[in-house]
Write a new protein. Structure first.
Length: 448
């Protein structure tokens, strides 16, 4: 059903014929559009309440978002470990809709902070759980790779379409009504998730709450390829923060242009990311994840350094296009690494770990890019953030072995000879199989 009859390859749009995945992807797109409308409305609401201090309010809200993402995801995953996936996801969508419904009625800055924190707790619980469901629905690696690219496209389309949709709606309605679009997005997402049956999480050996809350991070940090991924996440954060935090400063202050030009600059970055996402499925059929992700991070390093010399708006658009391509290439394959680095029962935990640890990089780089830009100038800041990305990439190359083998020779001297694991491999000594960190394999073999 998912195959192209002429080529035998899984097509990107063909995977949408899978009823469960098609509805989940639609739910993701609609919820993202609603979130995009809320982003615009929240900025206008902050200005309505705080006036000239709106930037500080939004900066604090962004920091609250990152703190929630870093601190909540593993804990929420552990709490939800034994809950039905569908009911859990639907409940979180309803919570997010309720928060969005409350936002138009607040009158104080502290109320914004409280509601944003509650919203991001729900999002930090929803996103990794949602991501961990997809590889169970699409077990074929080709199909899953294309799902990752579609997901990347969904995020990029949200960045492009939501501001345009918001601008069109604001010509006929007050910004307060944009929150209604957010509420509708979350409720439609909940209805679509409710309309499908999701595979249950495989039962695994669990410990007490603390062990379950840290299980994903322990697996993550014990796996060499994922330690390399963590370093690449930092490289992406350092370069990406320059785009997200300082685009408005570069365009409006540096080039003395308007808000439309800021939007076009973000559109250039999003377009680059989309172009890479479209090209990646076929590329990843032929090239391993590691060189693709390293090349993407390398493009970010070079592009961020070049940012120090950009002296025209046209050059900035071209550079942002290239940075968007590097951004997508360095990030999109990460789901493939997570999928093959854990047992199916541990996927929710490891996706939650990726969600928390990757956002820890943003929590560092967001304020760093903003404060350095204001204190030492944008040119120097570009070079500093490029240097951070370069150091992170060198760490990734060092931590992530260039020659990986999935089946690793190892032994279990601590297991009894009649242990089911040894009987399954018909040995009581050395044996070889696909190796992931789990209860029987708590450490990576030094000989691997």
């Amino acid at each position: 059903m998912l195959q192209n009859n002429r080529t035998g390859e899984t097509t990107m749009l063909g995977i949408l014929k899978n009823r469960t995945y098609g509805r989940l992807f639609t739910a993701q797109v609609i919820a993202l559009l609603g979130t995009g409308l809320m982003t615009v409305a929240l900025g206008l609401l902050a200005y309505d309440i705080a006036g000239a201090d709106a930037g500080a309010v939004l900066g604090t809200a962004l920091a609250i978002k990152m703190i929630a993402y870093v601190g909540v995801a593993p804990v929420a995953q552990a709490l939800a470990d034994n809950l039905p996936r569908r009911a859990f996801l639907v409940s979180l969508d309803v919570v997010r809709a309720a928060v969005a419904l409350s936002l138009p009625f607040i009158t104080e800055v502290w109320q914004i902070y409280c509601l944003i924190f509650l919203l991001q707790i729900a999002s930090a619980s929803f996103t990794p759980t949602f991501q961990a469901v997809i590889p169970d629905i699409l077990p074929d690696e080709q199909a899953y790779t294309r799902a990752l690219s579609l997901s990347r496209l969904a995020y990029d389309l949200e960045n492009l379409i939501s501001p345009m949709l918001a601008a069109a709606l604001l010509t006929v309605i007050s910004f307060h009504f944009l929150f209604a679009g957010t509420v509708a997005g979350f409720l439609i997402s909940a209805a679509l998730i409710l309309s499908v049956t999701l595979p249950a999480t495989s039962a695994g050996v669990r410990g007490d709450f603390l062990k379950r809350a840290t299980r994903g991070i322990r697996i993550y940090l014990a796996t060499p390829r994922l330690r390399g991924l963590l370093a690449i996440n930092l490289a992406v954060s350092a370069a990406g923060a320059m785009v997200i935090v300082n685009t408005v400063v570069i365009v409006k202050t540096g080039f003395e242009l308007g808000e439309v030009d800021v939007a076009w600059a973000f559109a250039a970055f999003g377009s680059g990311s989309m172009l890479a996402a479209l090209a990646l499925p076929r590329m990843l059929d032929r090239i391993a994840d590691r060189p693709v992700m390293i090349a993407g991070a390398g493009a970010l390093i070079v592009g961020t350094a070049i940012g120090a010399t950009v002296d025209s708006y046209g050059a900035l658009l071209a550079l942002w296009l290239v940075l968007g391509m590097g951004y997508s290439a360095a990030q999109t394959p990460s789901g493939r690494l997570l999928r093959r680095s854990a047992q199916s029962s541990d996927r929710p935990a490891i996706f939650a770990a990726q969600f928390a640890l990757s956002h820890a990089g943003w929590l560092i780089c967001y304020p760093l890019a903003g404060r350095l830009g204001a204190s030492v100038g944008l040119g120097t800041t570009f070079l500093i953030m490029s240097a951070i990305s370069a150091i992170a990439l060198l760490l990734a190359i060092r931590l992530w072995p260039a020659r990986e083998v999935s089946q690793i020779l190892h032994e279990h001297p601590d297991l009894e000879p009649d242990h089911p694991h040894l009987r399954a491999h018909k040995t009581n000594g050395q044996h070889r199989h696909v190796y992931v960190i789990d209860d029987l394999h708590p450490h990576w073999p030094k000989t691997a």
